[in-house]
Design a protein around this ligand. Structure first.
Ligand SMILES: [Mg+2]
Length: 184
């Protein structure tokens, strides 16, 4: 199983000028300020399930930019209806990256309900035709490169390792610092 950091490194390496990152709360939001990200990042604090809706708004109002949303499986399980909203809005420039580890990691690693959700099937059933499951970091990089030219809303489902011993750097949730990172 691929660890979070390997996926994050691949993600950062495949971001290009004009991209925008929107991250749900938790480990990804805490890691990003410590990585060489050269695009605007909006990291949510304490707002589970809000990353994709917020990213959708950015994508629709900034059609010239590619918006990448990072969301956890526990967060999306709280409001999966957003998949239908994305499908209806058809943003050509929105890529949703779902970090699937079967845990509510940000709140302590509690397991999700013991009913394995087929996220790819759910996304397709909601109307997002481009949905794929990814199992390693090179696969994420290749998918991000492909999607730059495909111009369709997409959901990439990452099988990511749940590592309760993962050491994540200190992170500031100060609003002015979040704003500064978003204004790059
Ligand atoms: Mg999770």
């Amino acid at each position: 199983m691929t660890p979070r950091r390997a996926y994050l490194d691949a993600l950062v390496a495949h971001l290009g000028p004009g991209d925008v990152l929107v991250s749900g709360l938790g480990a990804n939001a805490r890691w990003l300020p410590h990585l060489p990200v050269r695009v605007p990042v909006f990291a949510l604090c304490d707002a589970m399930g809000a990353a994709i809706p917020l990213a959708l708004g950015v994508a629709l109002t900034r059609p010239g930019r590619r918006v990448v949303a990072l969301e956890g499986d526990g967060a999306l399980l709280m409001s999966p209806n957003v998949l239908a909203t994305v499908a209806a809005a058809r943003p050509a420039n929105l890529t949703c990256v779902l970090w699937a580890n079967g845990r509510y990691e940000s709140s302590g690693g509690q397991p999700l309900p013991d009913a394995p959700v087929d996220w790819v099937a759910l996304a397709r059933a909601a109307g997002i035709a481009h949905a794929e499951r990814i199992g390693d970091a090179p696969g994420l990089g290749a998918a991000l490169a492909r999607l730059r030219t495909v111009r369709t809303p997409a959901l990439l489902v990452l099988d990511v390792l749940f590592d309760p011993a993962e050491e994540i750097p200190p992170y500031s949730e100060r609003p002015e610092e979040i704003r500064a990172r978003f204004r790059l």
